[in-house]
Design a protein around this ligand. Sequence first.
Ligand SMILES: [Zn+2]
Length: 105
Amino acid sequence: MRPPIHMLSRGRALCGDAGAKLISVCPTETSCPECRGLRKENDKMHGLIMKYFVLKPKGSDPYATASRMAMYAYSDSIMEENRDLGLELLRWAMDEERDAQDVQG
Ligand SMILES: [Zn+2]
């Protein structure tokens, strides 16, 4: 019987089998049932990992609030590298926050 083909993650078999010899980065090649199961869970958990993350600061719902908080943090973090961007983001987030408070009364 051929040894199972494990799924590779950060140089190790997903299932943690230290003796794993055959390792693949291709899910369709993976024949280890444990690795396959973990891979499915991983895909679900990491469904949001992509190149960009879009924020929508307008509004007063929890998503808009979270977006503005992210913009404040981004502004703070980028300010030294790119002051114009940092200030523009800060102003934008503050304007949206003011508008959201106006709507709420
Ligand atoms: Zn495995």
